[in-house]
Design a protein around this ligand. Structure first.
Ligand code: ZN
Length: 160
């Protein structure tokens, strides 16, 4: 296993100090995009919910709340990574051995592919387990930095 290094986190927003990752409710995980969604009740629009998305590959987040609409950082986007890191599927994946993680990831991938091939609805837990296994794999083998580096490269493909 590769030794884990911690990257320094930017200081939290003042508004984030009043919130907790557990205020974000898990919505779904998409194994095709590796994006997980969380929601939180909106204070500015009572009865509505803010949806925040986290790209588990790059760590990028996106929110539809009023602060994010005005290009300000919001606590949803700031705490969604912590919410995902605390998700039971993510925590379970972090406790697997390398062999177990490989087995669980391959099984979840097989189940997702099989359901799509048969044109069945993919079970949300299979998608969740696959995204959690991929997240843990990236954390262990530090693939995230490489993926972000490649994503930041300018697109050299000719425009169609
Ligand atoms: Zn937000």
């Amino acid at each position: 296993m590769v030794a884990q290094q911690t990257t320094p986190r930017p200081p939290l927003l003042a508004t984030s100090l009043w919130h907790c990752p557990s205020e974000l409710a898990f919505v779904d995980a998409d194994d095709r995009t590796n994006i997980v969604h969380y929601s939180a009740p909106s204070k500015s629009r009572p009865g509505d919910a803010n949806i925040v998305a986290l790209d588990t590959m790059t760590g990028a987040s996106c929110c539809n709340c009023r602060a994010a609409e005005t290009n300000r950082q919001c606590w949803h986007a700031e705490l969604v990574q912590a919410a995902w890191d605390g998700h039971p599927a993510r925590v379970l994946a972090s406790r697997y051995s390398d062999t177990q993680l490989n087995t669980v990831g391959r099984k979840a991938k097989h189940l997702c592919d099989w359901a799509r091939h048969r044109r069945f609805a993919v079970h949300p837990l299979d998608q969740l387990n696959l995204v959690a296994a991929r997240s843990e794999y990236r954390r262990r083998y530090r693939v995230t930095a490489l993926v972000a580096e490649v994503a930041a490269e300018p697109d050299t493909a000719p425009a169609a």
